[in-house]
Design a protein around this ligand. Structure first.
Ligand code: ATP
Ligand code: MG
Length: 409
């Protein structure tokens, strides 16, 4: 189906100049060029896309020749990145959805055939290999129409996340699509097609086979979606949280506090992102695994370990637990240690060393974490208020404040 320019709301002024430039240059070189994916979907919904992807019938080598400022990426060189300063436009050649990227690589090494030459396809084949109907709409730069092979426009209108094809087949091909379905439902405020909700309980265990690094990437996308709170709710509801972060639903099951702390942090995260502030994924990790840290701490102290040693041990054990759930890059586990370590230092006896604490790396994150804890635990209020006063005071005033620090809790 073709929706002419007069019948949809996508205007060229909503598309970044860089994406437009790429579309026009491909067209001038005699190729078909379309915007596709999340960019088209979000424009049709009146949202601001975070990036634009281009699809074309030009082969990657041909795209490379058109743009001197471009680079082939991906193990199998199917994608071209065109650079404009810090802005990148991703250009993909139409291809068939034989298998997804990872599977295709596997296939190639197993049979030694060059899939690369025969994976290219028509625009229609390119559309049906995509995950959801609303992600498979194409904006044609030749006549500014929207091309719809999968009834995506209708699903967009009815606000439904629907898989292209049979859910069981599509989830088996790539189980991460279950997480993506929930992420888009949360982000767009869409309903999941009942066929998706019904397939998830049968298929979710397949997420076991997904690499922990890919799960971490997907988790970050959920966190950055501006609708992480809603997405977590849906993940929990559909039983997917136990695949993404196995330790967390178990924990929430017996600790309402743990769940409340996470929910409060997720709301903060959404709020920060919506108002243009940045977030550090390590902060949310520190929140999620903090109750697990506390359990270890208690266990080690009960065993008679010295407090400071129990603290350090508990940090390491809690991080090990987190690493069993997802593969978390080193810099983030380092940040988790720093944020947790600060909680102990905030509680220390007043002495001159406290004066250095606001200068420590991750002080701000650690302080925000203390405020979050205090928002749910009134016994921490005096400490949090003291740190607020101390933080806001001038360096000269801070000396005087040391005497007023609340007793250790
Ligand atoms: P976002 O707003 O999060 O960027 P998006 O729809 O652009 O959403 P991307 O992950 O950037 O999502 O992927 C771009 C497009 O590639 C998708 O819209 C979809 O058409 C296709 N796609 C991505 N991942 C998959 C997948 N696992 N299976 C099938 N198609 C996919
Ligand atoms: Mg995208």
């Amino acid at each position: 189906m073709i929706i002419p320019r007069a019948e949809h709301n996508i205007s060229r002024k909503d598309i970044t100049p860089t994406a437009l430039k790429v579309l026009y240059r491909l067209q001038e070189a005699g190729f078909d060029a379309y915007l596709v994916g999340g960019g088209v979907r979000d424009l049709l919904l009146g949202l601001h896309p975070k990036d634009f992807d281009v699809a074309t019938n030009a082969h990657p080598e041909q795209v490379r020749k058109i743009f001197s400022n471009s680079r082939l990426i991906g193990r199998r060189f199917r994608i071209v990145h065109v650079f404009f300063g810090r802005d990148i436009v991703e250009v993909t050649t139409f291809r068939k959805g034989l298998l997804d990227e990872e599977h295709a690589d596997h296939q190639q090494s197993e049979h030694g055939v060059m899939l690369r030459d025969n994976v290219f396809g028509t625009i229609e084949e390119d559309a049906v290999r995509r995950d959801f109907t609303v992600n498979a709409l194409y904006y044609n730069i030749a006549d500014f129409s929207v091309v719809d092979f999968t009834n995506g426009m209708q699903d967009l209108k009815h606000r439904i996340v629907r898989l292209i094809g049979e859910p069981e087949v599509r989830f088996r091909e790539d189980p991460v699509r279950m997480l993506r379905a929930v992420r888009f439902a949360a982000k767009l405020g869409f309903e999941l097609d009942p066929a998706i909700s019904q397939a998830i309980p049968k298929m979710h265990a397949l997420l076991d086979h997904i690499s922990k690094a890919r799960l971490f990437d997907e988790w970050v996308k959920i966190l950055m979606s501006c609708h992480a709170c809603k997405a977590f709710e849906l993940l929990l509801q559909h039983g997917l949280l136990e695949d993404l972060l196995p330790s967390i639903p178990k924990l929430w099951h017996h600790s309402a506090n743990a769940e409340a702390l996470a929910k409060a942090a997720l709301e903060n995260t959404d709020e920060r992102l919506k108002t243009g502030k940045s977030i550090n994924p390590a902060f949310m990790l520190a929140v999620l695994y903090w109750p697990i840290f506390l359990e270890y701490q208690k266990k080690f102290e009960q065993k008679g370990m010295h407090k400071s040693i129990a603290f350090e041990h508990a940090i390491s054990e809690a991080i090990q637990t987190a690493l069993k759930d997802m593969s978390i890059p080193r810099r983030f586990t380092t940040n988790m240690r720093e944020i947790w370590g600060l909680q102990r230092r905030f509680n220390a006896h007043p002495n001159k060393r406290l004066l250095d604490i606001p200068l420590l790396p991750r002080f701000r994150a650690g302080y925000d974490f203390l405020l979050l804890r205090a928002s749910l635990d009134p016994s921490l209020k005096p400490l949090a208020e003291w740190w607020t006063a101390f933080y806001e005071a001038t360096p000269e005033m801070r000396h005087g404040l040391l005497k007023t620090k609340p007793k250790k809790t």
